[in-house]
Design a protein around this ligand. Sequence first.
Ligand code: G3I
Length: 304
Amino acid sequence: ASTLHAAAAEQGRYFGTAVAAYKLSDSVYTGILDREFGMVTPENEMKWDATEPSQGSFSYGSADQIVNRALSHNQRMRGHALAWHQQQPGWAQSLSGTALRNAMVNHITNVATHYKGKIYAWDVVNEAFDDGGSGARRDSNLQRTGNDWIEVAFRTARAADPDAKLCYNDYNTDGQNAKSNGVYAMVQDFKARGVPIDCVGFQSHFNSASPVPSDYQANLQRFANLGVDVQITELDIEGSGTTQADNYRRVVQACLAVTRCTGITVWGIRDSDSWRASGTPLLFDGNGNKKPAYTSTLTALGGG
Ligand code: G3I
């Protein structure tokens, strides 16, 4: 196969990208999107601040634009993200306790119901573990409503959309470390208690400070062994040329080596689309031309 998603599909995986609604009028952007990708994650349009700007009043316009376009182009959807400490609307940031817990449950119920049947997988909870090396939960307004907030978020999402895969998503969890050990323990506990969780998302934002870890494949495998799918959800790799190409190859090979690694999503299409303030972390350059990283990724997927 000569495109990323077609090659991935031959390996039983998907290959996707984050999409920004305001770029859907750019024909270079949409040309690559429809040629190369079979899975779409709204970059910002499904976040709490975008979908519930004021309490109880929901606004789905830009997310619907992404979803409806993807489904009409035979692309599947990852939803991102139902509960997160960032990008909360101001009114939610000023809530706490029962009021915030109820607002979170209501938010998840409304958004997951609105997209019921259209979402392959939801990032139900995003980035709930701390970076400080303790493996503890991140301190946030949501965490302060009680340690069970993550379980409640998953149960609420399952009740709203029984057919979507429900994922926990985080970063700096790509190798075995205190943070990924904390996530591992939570997933193990959830599976033991029958809390509905189907997948773990590894954002996989790599750069010189946090390179592709040598135990990446082993870490993905240990989570899969818990009985969940693993998904690479926000892949981008700072760098350029053959080094960057080789790192993308390593990520693809790790996913293909883990049976329950169901797919890879890159966090943007062109380097100019990246959230990063600088650098060239993606598969296409600012003009939409394929980079060496694209070729190494396609080849690693068995395409070419
Ligand atoms: O929409 C407003 C616009 O109205 C305003 O004029 C402009 C300037 O203030 O800001 C715009 O919002 C920005 C938004 O992206 C949409 O472009 C926010 O300031 C900006 O903070 C936001 O950044 C996003 C970031 O998440 C924070 O939500 C990035 O685009 C997005 O790539 C990034 O993605 C996150 C994942 O969701 C979670 N994992 C990490 C990843 C990278 O940070």
